[in-house]
Design a protein around this ligand. Structure first.
Ligand SMILES: Cc1ncc(COP(=O)(O)O)c(C=O)c1O
Length: 442
């Protein structure tokens, strides 16, 4: 989340970075020093003509790739007809059509409804509002290392201090946090096999020491943590949460802003564990980089507040909805779930080999194509590779033409969010660059 505006590729890039430094708040993150001119599928070109393979995918917002012809055409057609009316003022069919498509992805026998927003954080905020209104309770439990966004409520939910929380208090009240099963860094004395049980027991302890379950409106959980470092919970954890929610009348909010839309090889990551959310939050790849997010959930919860309590001027903008409709079409026509599986196989094989080969690779992990490498100084102690070294690795990748980003509470996890449409030659070339750079740092 720090600024890294040092490696420049040419005069136009330099000028743009200079302007950025002078006029753009330095509190806005700069993960790379690339100044983009244009992009196509998994390739981006900077303003000086240098080409990069994109393993960041706009932080997971481009599962269908950059500027897919169907997205471009949908946007062009929509721009010529209607760019905004505000759905509150005059509705348009595309909004309801996106909601219908989203509802049909939920494998539930109960009727589902959806509402559209602009960003992941805004959707999370609204999911919390809906859960509170429906249950008449106020407490929300989130999990260690979680990331749900940068608005005040979301950063209160986040399980990461630097740089997301420091200095921004006081935080929103009635938010509690329970441990998340991070098996690579399990608490001392807890084996990975016992981690699910340990975390569920800790949640029950929280319900004895801090807040009663009958005051708890919702649990909010990422089925695979994104910014936390691509942490896949230990088997049975999500099922355990579902059972506890059922036992106490608590709403289970599943945040799939990063893990959804095929990233893990299934449309939603929750499908891997066969766990159904009461409310599902999505964003990012929903509209191929256009600002759009959604809450989908049981109709009785979605319909509980009065008209006007949920929404906003731009939520479900016609252009974003046109892009989202094209995204659904692309997923079906191009069988992107199958492609995600094939990418997952390739990346997992390569990453597992890197874990064996390099002393700096502590763990290769992930679910489907949501894969990561946790970098360490020492495999035995698991001391994280210092953030400045990770920065150097990322900068070296950038020099060699690969855009890749980090994650993790120690900023020591390299994550892959390449478009699911990436050609295999580009996937291999990107992985080759990463391997050659890690070789120098191991
Ligand atoms: C799981 C998760 N939830 C919520 C958000 C917030 O989304 P946005 O940045 O669109 O507000 C993110 C962003 O990375 C995320 O990964």
């Amino acid at each position: 989340m720090e600024s890294r505006l040092t490696t420049k590729s040419g005069p136009l890039g330099n000028a743009a970075l200079k302007q950025r430094s002078e006029f753009v708040s330095s509190s806005v993150a700069a993960y790379s020093s690339i100044v983009v001119d244009r992009a196509e599928n998994s390739t981006i070109w900077d303003v000086d003509g240098k080409k990069y393979i994109d393993f960041a995918g706009g932080i997971g917002a481009l599962n269908v790739g950059h500027c897919h012809p169907k997205i471009v055409s949908a946007l062009q057609k929509q721009a010529a007809r209607l760019t905004h009316s505000s759905f509150h003022v005059a509705s348009y069919p595309a909004y309801a059509s996106v909601c219908e498509k989203l509802c049909r992805t939920i494998p539930s026998s109960l009727p589902q409804k959806a509402a559209l927003f602009n960003s992941g954080a805004e959707a999370v905020e609204n999911a919390v509002k809906l859960a509170r209104f429906f249950t008449g309770r106020s407490a929300i439990v989130s999990f260690g290392y979680a990331f749900h966004g940068r608005t005040l409520l979301c950063l209160t939910l986040n399980g990461r201090e630097k740089v997301l929380k420091s200095g921004f208090g006081p935080f929103a009240p009635e938010i509690y946090r329970a441990p998340f099963p991070y098996s690579y860094r399990a608490p001392v004395g807890v084996s990975p096999e016992r981690l699910t049980e340990y975390c569920l027991e800790e949640l029950k302890r929280l319900w004895r020491s801090e807040i009663s379950p009958d005051q708890t409106a919702a649990l909010i959980v990422e089925p695979v943590q994104g910014e936390g470092g691509f942490i896949v919970p230990t088997p049975g954890f999500l099922k355990g949460l579902r059972e506890l929610c059922d036992a106490h009348g608590i709403i289970l909010i599943v945040d799939e802003v990063q893990s959804g839309f095929g990233r893990t090889g299934k449309f939603w990551a929750f499908e891997h564990e066969g766990v159904l959310p009461d409310l599902l939050v999505t964003g990012k790849s929903l509209a191929a980089g256009m600002p759009l997010s959604a809450v989908i959930g049981r109709a009785e919860i979605m319909d509980a507040p009065p008209a006007g309590a949920v929404g906003g001027t731009y939520g479900g903008n016609p252009l974003s909805c046109a892009a989202a409709q094209a995204v659904f079409e692309i997923f079906e026509k191009e069988e992107l779930l199958k492609k995600a599986e094939s990418i997952a196989k390739t990346v997992k094989t390569r990453f597992d080999a890197l874990e064996k080969k390099f002393s700096a690779v502590g763990e290769s992990r992930g679910l489907g194509a949501m894969r990561a490498l946790e970098l360490v100084l020492d495999k035995k102690t698991k001391a994280p590779l210092p953030a400045d070294k990770v920065k150097k690795i990322i900068a070296e990748c950038e020099k060699k033409g690969l855009l890749i980003i980090k994650a993790g509470i120690f900023d020591n996890v390299l994550r892959t969010l390449m478009p699911l449409t990436i050609e295999s030659k580009d996937l291999t070339a990107g992985l080759d660059i990463l391997e050659s750079v890690l070789e120098r740092f191991s």
